[in-house]
Design a protein around this ligand. Structure first.
Ligand SMILES: NC(=O)C1=CN([C@@H]2O[C@H](COP(=O)(O)OP(=O)(O)OC[C@H]3O[C@@H](n4cnc5c(N)ncnc54)[C@H](OP(=O)(O)O)[C@@H]3O)[C@@H](O)[C@H]2O)C=CC1
Ligand SMILES: Nc1nc2c(c(=O)[nH]1)N=C([C@H](O)[C@@H](O)CO)CN2
Length: 237
């Protein structure tokens, strides 16, 4: 049984990963700001919801307090929480929005990783860190510059972590493409995205689970990023 910590676990990819690892027989600490109904249907003594107030320093303290009381070893930390928002129309709102995105995409993952690394660091059996970034970290959408730049920051942090923590922790990122649209995506937006994707379909979340499984099983992979994007990153203009 492995011990897995996932942030942003209340819905979509985070929830999917939690369910998959529980189904595999692993122990999961699901960090989220809310306790969705779906959590009650995960009927396992190895499922541990960890509720936090927000993705900031206080939230890290809440998560670490709950997790450290129950673990001696963490095999995988997935920094998954994310805010997918357009840039504000009003430049006066940039500071507030930028700080919020920085907190979720960079500060929280950084602080949480540093607080939990003592449970992951083992030169004989390195723990694994996976940061969820985005293909748009490399080739940004100008209308989402705050989102893209903070995801790019998480990309860079991942490489720093790989250098800092080797050989005791292996640190990598996953850059997804269109996994699953959000409810507020219009049909036109969806068609636009898939038209610019070599494999033009919503992949769903399983390809990310498969990629994490690969990263965990391959002991010579660290400091890199794996695109799971249907070829969108070489196709989008
Ligand atoms: N879905 C896709 O097609 C793609 C996804 N990705 C990346 O993959 C990861 C998972 O994607 P997906 O499941 O769609 O992510 P979501 O947009 O569904 O958000 C995931 C989690 O992030 C937290 N979150 C969302 N909005 C906010 C907010 N405004 N303030 C604070 N926390 C928030 C929530 O955590 P909580 O549970 O605590 O509420 C939520 O469960 C993300 O890092 C995303 O950037 C990248 C490219 C494509
Ligand atoms: N936190 C999120 N980040 C991203 C999402 C999402 O739903 N939540 N979705 C994308 C996809 O690119 C989607 O918009 C289809 O293009 C990017 N990041």
């Amino acid at each position: 049984m492995k011990t897995i910590v996932i942030t942003g676990a209340s819905r979509r990819l985070g929830l999917y990963l939690a369910e998959q690892f529980i189904a595999k027989g692993d122990r999961v600490f699901a960090i989220s700001r809310s306790q969705p109904n779906e959590f009650t249907s995960i009927d396992s003594p190895h499922f541990h919801p960890v509720q936090i107030d927000s993705y900031d320093k206080h939230g890290v303290e809440q998560a670490v307090s709950a997790i450290s009381a129950k673990v001696e070893r963490i095999d995988l930390l997935v920094n998954n929480a994310s805010v997918f928002e357009q840039d504000p129309d009003n430049s006066q709102d940039i500071e507030t929005k930028f700080i919020a995105l920085f907190q979720v995409h960079m500060l929280f993952p950084n602080l949480l990783t540093h607080e939990l690394k003592r449970y992951m660091f083992d030169e004989e059996n390195p723990g694994v860190l996976v940061n969820m970034t985005d293909i748009y970290a490399e080739n940004p959408m100008p209308e989402r510059s705050l989102y893209c730049s903070t995801k790019a920051g998480l990309e860079n942090l991942t490489r720093s972590f790989a250098k800092k923590f080797a050989p005791g922790i292996r640190c990598n990122s996953i850059m997804p493409g269109p996994l699953q649209f959000l409810p507020d995506h219009t049909q036109e937006q969806k068609e636009q995205v898939l038209k610019g994707t070599l494999l033009p379909f919503e992949a769903g979340f399983h390809p990310v689970f498969q990629t994490i499984d690969f990263i965990m099983s391959n002991h010579f992979v660290t400091g890199t990023s794996i695109k799971v994007d249907g070829g969108r990153s070489i196709c989008r203009g």
